[in-house]
Design a protein around this ligand. Structure first.
Ligand code: AMP
Length: 417
């Protein structure tokens, strides 16, 4: 395994790495950084959680050169699908930009236009943007992409899913022809390949996680349960096990709110975060979760890609996701950068088929776990005959020791006992 020192990085950046507490490069960093430093276009198939942000932010800072300090003419542009991801990328970029004193700014939708403009007018070297707001600024002639030296398209598949392809193509046509382009995506489909062929000839290909591949350090299990018993099962699970910092996914915003209320009534602190909440509410909920003021965040798939919170111990799929690829993204919130994680999926009879699709995509049989002493009602369906043995012989859900128990516990965890 290579060290950061072997990748051709500037010694100034190595200092920034120690601030981020990164000791060794992750595979995507090891593969992508040298190619970016060589000035090549790079297409990286890497899911979130692999360390992809630093894989582009580090070499990007080293490569760009500054020509103007004040005007809103970015030298590097990082386009991301969601505001949350923009905030996370900006955070890493700020640390890495420090040795060069580059100005990192972000422009995203959902927050006021004017303050963003004011900050931009004070100069920008590296701009992190969501496509919609960026295009508004371009249309208003508030930003000029004619000096962009490096363009990063982060989570390109997500941008495609979210209907951002037309703005992305427009952005691609506006940056200089010789602009170096880096594309990061969990999956690379036909549409993305077409775009790569058009705008990124001779690109270096980096692949660390194939479509449907899940991080190996995540222990996956499913709990078959009747639909109407899901809330009770969750409460029982939370009282029996120490699930640590937990992200719970529901199918709809309404169910996320409902679940958060149920948890509250049972004196379990949580917050719901989804597209139906205002930006300040979302920011506050995420902050409470990252700072360990709450241990449980309930969310929907819209948020799945955007959330970057370190040390998530458990992902609970309260509802099976409709799209099997969302499952991979959901559980990718845990088991990040070598840490251990648990992913537990509640499977109601009507969700068996969606659950099988997940197993098909991930090429795995997800083990069935029953909760001890839980009064399961008749009618639940265990996903596969092969697992009926596990059903008869309930396996207590073991909480393994964590590789890095680095999360400071902000309060006693007695409520779960
Ligand atoms: P990303 O895939 O960029 O979202 O990164 C996932 C997580 O891995 C983030 O919490 C990063 O802080 C962390 N990370 C990224 N690179 C490294 C590294 N080389 N060593 C340790 N942690 C890392």
């Amino acid at each position: 395994m290579k060290k950061f020192e072997d990748l051709g990085l500037d010694p100034n950046l190595l200092k920034a790495l120690s601030k981020l507490n990164y000791e060794d490069p992750t595979p995507v960093q090891e593969q992508a950084i040298p190619s970016v430093l060589e000035g090549r276009h790079v297409v990286a198939c890497a899911q979130t959680g692999t360390g992809k942000t630093a894989a582009f932010v580090l070499p990007l800072m080293q490569r760009i050169t500054r020509s103007s300090r004040k005007r809103p003419i970015p030298h590097a542009l990082i386009v991301v699908p969601t505001r949350e991801l923009a905030a996370q990328v900006e955070k890493v970029a700020r640390v890495v930009a420090q040795p060069y004193q580059y100005k990192v700014r972000s422009v995203v939708g959902g927050i006021k236009y004017k303050p963003q403009l004011e900050r931009l007018s004070r100069g920008v070297d590296v701009l992190v943007a969501t496509p919609g707001r960026l295009l508004d600024l371009i249309d208003d002639r508030k930003i000029d992409l004619s000096h962009v030296q490096i363009l990063v398209l982060d989570e390109a598949d997500r941008m495609l899913d979210m209907g951002f392809w037309p703005p992305v193509k427009k952005i691609l046509s506006m940056v200089p022809a010789d602009c170096q382009k880096l594309l990061f995506s969990a999956t690379i489909g036909k549409e993305i390949n077409k775009m790569v062929g058009m705008y990124m000839p001779d690109s270096a290909k980096v692949e660390v996680a194939r479509k449907g591949e899940t991080a190996q350090q995540i222990t996956q299990s499913c709990m078959p349960v009747e639909h109407g018993q899901k809330a009770d099962l969750l409460l029982a699970l939370l009282s029996q096990r120490s699930t640590g910092k937990t992200l719970i996914f529901t199918r709809t915003k309404r169910r996320a709110d409902m679940l958060s209320r149920i948890l509250g009534k049972n004196r379990i602190k949580s917050q719901a975060i989804h597209g139906g909440r205002s930006q300040p509410q979302r920011t506050r909920a995420l902050k409470d979760f990252t700072t360990n003021r709450i241990d449980i965040l309930v969310t929907t798939d819209v948020m799945a890609r955007g959330i970057h919170v370190d040390n998530i111990d458990t992902v609970i799929n309260y509802d099976v996701p409709v799209s099997p690829e969302d499952y991979v993204h959901r559980i990718g919130r845990t088991g990040r950068a070598g840490q251990m994680g648990d992913a537990i999926t509640f499977v109601a009879p009507e969700e068996i088929s969606a659950f099988r699709d997940i197993e098909f995509l991930t090429k795995s049989l997800i083990s069935v776990v029953d909760l001890e002493d839980f009064p399961y009602k008749e009618g639940r369906i265990v996903p596969s005959k092969k697992r009926s043995a596990a059903k008869e012989k309930p396996k207590p859900f073991q909480h393994r020791s964590r590789k890095k128990p680095s999360r400071p516990t902000s309060r006693p965890r007695g409520r779960r006992r």
